[in-house]
Write a protein that binds this ligand. Structure first.
Ligand SMILES: [Fe+2]
Ligand SMILES: [Fe+2]
Length: 312
């Protein structure tokens, strides 16, 4: 590696102090978002069409499309509940190793962990509200502890790249598809808005974490970490395929209509791809995620740009 590359990599783009202050400003209470008279409205869609992609399924009636949209809202709640289960212990471990030195860094990571614990609680709350109001029990992949264990067995840099991907992805979900989508249920929009507000700080802290973990790595070691990031992506993709099958079952249960073999095949192709874009493609192609990879090494960015089209 040249000296210039080392220097570029080590100039931090974000500051722990500013991130901590932004986090203190954004901080909200769970009780202000959900509970009491703040309920999901099941006459409205929960998810933006860019992620739900129910309109492509021409064999579904408008009522069935609405049901499927809401089932996609349910998988969104469960997926975030699930990923935050491995993000929280990972951030706590990272913070635990860095208790000396920069006080702003310690406080910023502890705030990050506290917010993620709050998000786990929030997504559980929304999930319970969903289960209360939707009327049919829905299947979801898991258990979260087994998925967390499989992911946490990887190289910490690869895990941090996955977390960075997830947290920029939440920024894109809200800004590109939810912020101006008046047709969506207001409570679900509020969830994505409040999550976006705090995840903005997390994405910056992840960037600092990636830079710290990558600092002394050779090109070959960086490429190895990217291999593991892609392995985790492949593991998640397998889960998403299973979830598309569960969603088909969830739809059949909730509408009482059994799909034909042809309809099932079309459902699986299109809905697996919809899940891929929601949770893999939209993070992998986020400009700030790609910019961080490029700072580590332009070859890493090129590699991800090549594979991202599969998840579009
Ligand atoms: Fe979160
Ligand atoms: Fe987060």
């Amino acid at each position: 590696m040249t000296e210039t590359q080392t220097n570029t990599r080590t100039i931090p783009r974000y500051s722990y102090k500013e991130t901590l202050f932004a986090s203190q400003k954004a901080n909200w209470r769970l009780e202000d978002i959900i509970g009491g008279d703040k309920k999901l409205d099941f006459t409205q869609p929960l998810m933006p069409e860019s992620f739900a992609r129910v309109k492509e399924l021409s064999f579904l009636s408008p009522g069935e499309k609405l049901k499927l949209n809401q089932i996609r809202g349910f998988d969104y709640l469960c997926t975030f509940g699930l990923v935050e289960e491995f993000i929280l212990p990972f951030i706590l471990d990272h913070a635990r190793r860095q208790l000396q030195g920069d006080d702003y860094r310690v406080r910023a990571f502890l705030a990050f962990a506290a917010e993620e614990a709050k998000h786990i609680h929030l997504f559980k709350h929304f999930r319970a509200e969903f289960e209360d109001g939707f009327g049919t029990e829905c299947l979801f992949i898991g258990p979260p502890s087994a998925i967390a264990e499989a992911i946490l067995a990887h190289d910490p840099l690869a895990i941090t790249l996955v977390i960075l991907h997830i947290e920029w992805m939440t920024q894109r979900h809200y800004l590109d598809s939810v912020k101006d989508a008046q047709e969506l249920d207001p409570q679900f929009r509020s969830l994505l808005k409040h999550h976006w507000m705090e995840e903005a700080q997390h994405a910056k802290l992840d960037t600092l974490m990636v830079e710290a973990l990558a600092e002394s790595r050779s090109q070959a070691e960086l490429e190895k970490a990217l291999d593991e990031y892609l392995e985790i992506g492949g593991f998640i993709d397998g889960g998403l395929r299973q979830q598309a099958e569960f969603n088909m079952e969830n739809l059949q249960r909730s509408t009482g209509r059994m799909l034909s073999a042809e309809e099932r095949a079309e459902f699986m192709t299109k809905q697996h791809q919809a899940l891929r874009w929601t949770f893999l493609g939209s993070g992998m192609t986020h400009p700030n995620f790609l910019a961080t990879l490029e700072r580590l090494s332009p070859a890493l960015r090129q590699r991800i740009e090549q594979v991202a089209s599969v998840f579009g």
